[in-house]
Design a protein around this ligand. Structure first.
Ligand SMILES: [Zn+2]
Length: 183
């Protein structure tokens, strides 16, 4: 595909015709790079967001979840309910938003199974189910891991309820998240 001028062509005579006057016996320059034996995971690969006032604009969502309540933002100007919570209304760009509680039960709209490449903290759990849940009585559809049931156990339309997840580690952080489980 490439001709013999290519820098990446590794055939032994690749450069002999490129410049007939070049001294082809010269050793090419060498450089060295070093890769560490172990690599610390960047925080970006942590599935769970940092949940302090310094690290997220939606700390109230996590504070409420820590207290046992799933919530989200509602726009004071246009009434739109968002999920996940926002700091600016995507409908009318108002930043007058209030937190409102959400129902803790809903219906499984869709689901699938994670069999590999799970995030940090879940790699030992595969396979596990994840789903899309329609919460009761509100126009909120969210995705979540489905706890306590395998893919084979589930069916579209199944009733599910909120499960709180206390996240252990890193030790300086007190974090929570949510999953859903069959009722
Ligand atoms: Zn709005």
């Amino acid at each position: 595909m490439t001709d013999d001028h290519s820098d990446t062509d590794e055939s032994p005579d690749a450069n002999t015709n490129a410049n007939a006057s070049a001294d082809s016996t010269d050793e090419p320059d060498r450089v060295q790079v070093t890769v560490p034996d172990t690599v610390e995971f960047p925080r970006l690969l942590d599935f769970y967001e940092r949940q302090t006032e310094e690290t997220t604009e939606i700390v109230e969502f996590y504070d409420r979840l820590r207290e046992g309540s799933l919530s989200t933002t509602e726009c004071d100007d246009c009434g739109a309910v968002h999920y996940p919570p926002r700091i600016v209304c995507p409908e009318c760009t108002s930043d007058d938003l209030s937190y409102v509680s959400l129902p803790h039960e809903g219906e499984l709209h869709a689901f699938t199974e994670v069999r590999g490449t799970a995030p940090i903290g879940m790699t030992d759990d595969v396979p596990f189910a994840v789903g899309v849940v329609d919460l009761d009585g509100v126009d909120v559809r969210l995705s979540a891991r489905i706890e306590g049931a395998s893919y084979e156990d589930l069916a579209i339309g199944d009733r599910v309820e909120l499960v709180l997840v206390d996240i252990e580690g890193p030790k300086e952080q007190d974090r929570v998240f949510y999953r859903f489980a069959p009722v």
